[in-house]
Design a binder for this molecule. Structure first.
Ligand code: 13P
Length: 251
């Protein structure tokens, strides 16, 4: 009942022309995919051209971050009202933003609420660090993040949210979580919290993606798990061939 999603987080890669070219490379295979929601998240500067490229297709767009205010004196920031004209999704609380740009569960929660208020669908990232994992506090950390990041949402808003479980130690390392290990966090930690916060029906309907070194070799097994509803992909989303393979693995 949950439509799988494969979302490409391009991070700080690809300028305007490269964005256009990479989409054109993927387009013939991905423009009319059914049964999997395909989302591309280029840097802000590429969203305009990306919108023109995917307009006639089923490919959706997302941004990688957002400020919570509508407008104002926030030099260098981008607002939900601006993004609303360009894309449907917005990645919020990515671990790189938490680690390098001072984002906290409090600011992530503000952004989630602001995105929803403007009709943008948040892809909310959570996940433990290597140290936290090794200390055996993964469940505690992830639970705290999910509860705090989604605080104050009503059921209708929660339905619009996608969670991405991205263990920090698995991001960009080539060392993905095991399918069973990732699924255990999705199924036994995150899903019960969503059910507790928003009721069983909504909690069961919300998608939980896995992210962290997903590649064409491990995707099918990861996506085949009961509570892994697709992936948030970094490195492997930057090449048409591998991104296409990942979308196919989710079909
Ligand atoms: P990699 O797929 O490069 O490990 O990155 C995952 C990620 O951070 C997606 O948001």
């Amino acid at each position: 009942m949950r439509t799988p999603m494969v979302a490409g987080n391009w991070k700080m890669n690809k300028g305007l022309y490269e964005t256009r070219d990479l989409i054109r490379e993927m387009y013939p295979v991905l423009h009319a995919v059914e049964g999997v929601e395909v989302v591309i998240c280029p840097p802000f500067v590429g969203l305009g051209v990306a919108k023109r490229e995917v307009e006639a297709s089923t490919i959706k767009l997302g941004a990688q971050n957002m400020h919570w205010a509508d407008s104002g004196a926030f030099t260098g920031e981008i607002s939900p009202t601006m993004l609303k004209e360009l894309c449907e999704y917005v990645i919020l609380g990515h671990s790189e933003r938490r680690a390098m740009f001072g984002e906290t569960d409090e600011t992530v929660n503000k952004k989630v609420l602001a995105a929803l208020a403007h009709g943008l669908k948040p892809i909310v990232c959570v996940g433990e660090t290597l140290e936290e994992n090794q200390s055996g506090i993964t469940a505690e950390v992830v639970s705290r993040q999910v509860r705090a990041d989604l605080e104050g949402l009503n059921q209708e808003q929660a339905e619009q949210v996608v969670i991405a479980y991205e263990p920090v130690w698995a991001i960009g390392t080539g060392l993905a979580a095991t399918p069973e290990g990732a699924n255990a966090v999705h199924k036994d930690v995150i899903r019960p919290i969503l059910r507790d916060m928003f009721g069983e029906t909504i909690g069961d309907g919300m998608r939980i993606l896995y992210g962290g070194s997903v590649n064409p070799g491990n995707a099918a097994e990861l996506f085949g798990q009961s509570d892994i509803d697709g992936g948030l992909i970094g490195g492997a989303s930057l090449k048409a061939e591998s991104f296409i393979a990942l979308v196919k693995a989710a079909m």
